[in-house]
Structures are given as structure tokens and as C-alpha cells.
Design a protein around this ligand. Structure first.
Ligand code: SF4
Length: 91
């Protein structure tokens, strides 16, 4: 059995045009989604590590459970490391 490594970050995003403000997402992902006074989701734009399994699963529940398909998990991959120059290295 293989091991799944979760690297990178994600952000749960909402499309406010599609959202109907019913607030189901706040029940599915209470750690990520809060509602404003009209029931529209307030979601932090701070990236969350993919390794945070609980947060990622909550985001997936919310994304799948949104009746208007207004939620999207945007995956953010860290920049590739700088290439290591070889040749004229240490003397
Ligand atoms: S579940 Fe979807 S439609 Fe309902 S408030 Fe959340 S984002 Fe909006």
C-alpha cells in the first residue's frame, strides 16, 4: 500500500455570484468558514497546509456539499527550489 504525501498549500475560495448565502458550508467546515450577518461565507485567504488533513477534509466536504457549486479548493504549490549550480562550486 502506498503512502500519500500531501505537500503544498490550499485555499478554499467562494464564487460570490453563485453563492445563495444559505450557509451550509459553515456547517460542513466550521473551522474554515464563518458566516456574515446575511449568511454569506467569510473564508480566510490565508493558505492552509495540505498536510492539515482535518482542514483539507473539511474543505472537501464543503466543496462537495455546496448546493450551488460555489466553493473551490485552490491548490497552491510552493515555488520550486533554486537550481543548485554545479561546477564552479567550492574550491
Ligand atoms: S454552501 Fe455554497 S451556496 Fe451555500 S453559503 Fe456556502 S458557498 Fe454559498
Amino acid at each position: 500500500m502506498g503512502v500519500i504525501r500531501r505537500t503544498g498549500l490550499f485555499v478554499l475560495q467562494v464564487n460570490p455570484i453563485l453563492c445563495d448565502s444559505f450557509g451550509h458550508c459553515a456547517e460542513l467546515a466550521p473551522d474554515l468558514v464563518h458566516l456574515d450577518e446575511w449568511g454569506y461565507p467569510i473564508i480566510s485567504s490565508e493558505p492552509v497546509p495540505m498536510a492539515d488533513i482535518g482542514a483539507y477534509e473539511s474543505a472537501r466536504y464543503a466543496e462537495r456539499g455546496c448546493p450551488r457549486k460555489a466553493l473551490h479548493i485552490a491548490k497552491i504549490h510552493p515555488p520550486a527550489p533554486e537550481p543548485v549550480s554545479r561546477g564552479r562550486g567550492r574550491v
